[in-house]
Design a protein around this ligand. Sequence first.
Ligand code: NAD
Length: 378
Amino acid sequence: MSSFLPEFAFSQAAVRVRFAPGVRHDTGAEVERLGCRRAIIISTPGQVAMAHDLRTDMGEFAAGVLPLAQMHTPVPVTQEAMLQVGQMDGDCLVAIGGGSTIGLAKALSLRTGLPQIVLPTTYAGSEATPVLGQTEDGVKTTLTDARIQPQVILYDAELIRSLPVSTTVASALNAMAHAAEGLYARDRNPISTLLATEGLRAFRRALPDVCRNPRDLTARGETLYGAWLCGTVLGQVGMALHHKLCHVLGGSFGLPHAETHAVMLRYTIAFNATATGALLDPIREIFDDGDIGHALAIFADGVGAPRALRDLGMREADLAGAADLAMSSAYWNPRPLIRGEILGLLRSAWAGRTVAKAARAERQSQGQMAAVVRRRHR
Ligand code: NAD
C-alpha cells in the first residue's frame, strides 16, 4: 500500500544539506556561500577541542568559539552567551555538536537573527527542525519558528565516530522515536511517512554495525542519513505522548534526553499501537514482528539500550508528579490519555518491566478502574 492520503498539506523549509566524510573542511566555503564573513562557533564544554579544530580549519571565516551549550537549553546560559556574542565580531553561527549545541545556536539565532550552519555529531535531529526547547525555572517549553531552522547542514560521518557507543544507541533511539510518532501524527503527509519509514530502515540496518565497529564510516554515514530523515519528520509533523513524556522527564526531573527516549520508546509506542490500526505497519514490516512493543524491545536490547528510568536517576516518588505534568497541556495523542494509565506506563518504564508485563499491568489497572466505575453506578 502507498502512503497516499486523500487530503494533506506539505511544506518544507529551504535547507542546504551535504553528506560526505570530511565535509567539515568546507565549512568556511559554506559561510562565504551564505554571504557571511565570520562565524561564531558553538559547542558544549566537552566538545571544545572539536570546535577549536574547526576554528583552525576555517581560518579567517571563524570569529571565535563559544563552548557554553548545555542540555535542555537553559535560558540563563543563553543570556550569558548573548553577552559574549555581542562582543564577538560574527555575522553567522556554526554549531558543532548534538542537540544541546544546536539548541543554543537556535536560541541565539532567535534573539539575533544570525543564520546558522550546523555540523551534527549526534542523531538527535534538531538541525532539521524549526523547533526550540528551552528550560526556565524547571519547566521545559518548546516553540516553533521558521526563522530558527538552520540554513545549512553538513553531515560529516568522521565527526560522529567519537560518540561513545552507549550515547550512540540512545541518540539513535531518540531519532527513531521521531519517526515512530511521525507515522501516526495527526498532520502526517505521504512524504513524512516515506521519510519516517526510510529513516527507521536506515537505523535498523546500520545501527548494529555501528555498535560492532563505531569507527565504520559507511555505517556511521547511514545512521546519520537516518537521523536526517527522522529529524525532518520531527520538523514537519506534531509529536504525541512519547515526546511529551520525555520533555517532562528531561525538563522537570533532569533526566538525560536521549537515554530517556531510549527507555520510553518501547512502552509509549506499544501503548499507542492499540489505537493506531495499520499506521505503524512500517515498523512491523521493518522489524518483521507483528508485536510493536516486542519488536522495539528486541532491537533496543540487542544494541544495549538502557532499560529503566530508575537507572537514569528517576525517583519512584516523582512518578505521580510526572504523570500530572504529562496530563497538563498534553499533546494531541491517538489514544485518549487517562492519568492512571500514564502513571502505569511510567511505572513500567521506571522498573524496566518487559513490554508483555507492562501490558498485563495495564489490563489489570483497566479492570480495576472498570470495577470502580461499576461500583459507582450500582
Ligand atoms: P547533547 O547534544 O547534549 O550531547 C550529549 C553529550 O555528548 C554532550 O556532552 C556532547 O558534548 C557529547 N557529544 C556529542 N557529540 C559527540 C561526539 N561526536 N563525540 C563525543 N562526544 C559527543 O545530546 P543530544 O541528545 O544530541 O541533544 C539533546 C538536546 O537536544 C536536548 O536538550 C533536546 O531537547 C534537544 N533536541 C531538540 C530537538 C529540536 O528539534 N528542537 C530535537 C532533538 C533534541
